[in-house]
Design a protein around this ligand. Structure first.
Ligand code: FES
Length: 135
C-alpha cells in the first residue's frame, strides 16, 4: 500500500474543506514500529476514497494512542469529531462520516446513518468556535 506522508493533503484541499485528519503514527495490535504503520495505511486508504470537497491530512499523533487507530473529522462551522478504535478497514466509514458532517445544515454529524465504527469509537466532539451554542 502507498505510504502516506504526514501533513499531506488531498488534491484540491483547502483550509475550508471538510477534512479527515488521520493519525499516521498509530500502531497495530502487535505494537511494533514496523512501517508502514497501520495508521499510514488507513490514511492512504481514506485519501484514495476521498471525494471532491473532502480533504485528508495525516498527523503524527492525535493524543489518543491508547484507543488504537485514531482520526478526526473537521468541517467549517461544525462540531469536530475525534474517533478511536478504528482499523485499517475504516476508510469508507470515515469518508461517510465526513460527507454526513459536510452536508449537515446544523453542523452536527447525524447519529442516524453514521457507521457503527463512528458510533462506538467516538472519543470526543468539540463545538465550533463560531456557533458554540448550537448542539
Ligand atoms: S500515535 Fe496515533 S493517536 Fe497517538
Amino acid at each position: 500500500m502507498a505510504q502516506f506522508k504526514p501533513d499531506s493533503g488531498s488534491a484540491g484541499a483547502s483550509a475550508q474543506a471538510t477534512t479527515v485528519i488521520v493519525c499516521t503514527s498509530c500502531r497495530g495490535a502487535d505494537g511494533t514500529d514496523a512501517r508502514p504503520r497501520p495508521g499510514e495505511n488507513l490514511a492512504a486508504a481514506v485519501k484514495a476514497l476521498a471525494p471532491a470537497g473532502v480533504a485528508v491530512h495525516g498527523v503524527e499523533c492525535l493524543g489518543n494512542c491508547k484507543r488504537r487507530l485514531s482520526a478526526a473529522v473537521v468541517s467549517p462551522d461544525s462540531w469536530t469529531y475525534v474517533f478511536g478504535e478504528l482499523s485499517e478497514d475504516s476508510a469508507a466509514d470515515l469518508i461517510l462520516g465526513a460527507e454526513l458532517l459536510r452536508d449537515a445544515a446544523d453542523g452536527v454529524m447525524p447519529w442516524r446513518g453514521r457507521p457503527d465504527s463512528l458510533k462506538r469509537g467516538l472519543v470526543a466532539r468539540i463545538p465550533p468556535l463560531t456557533k458554540p451554542e448550537q448542539a
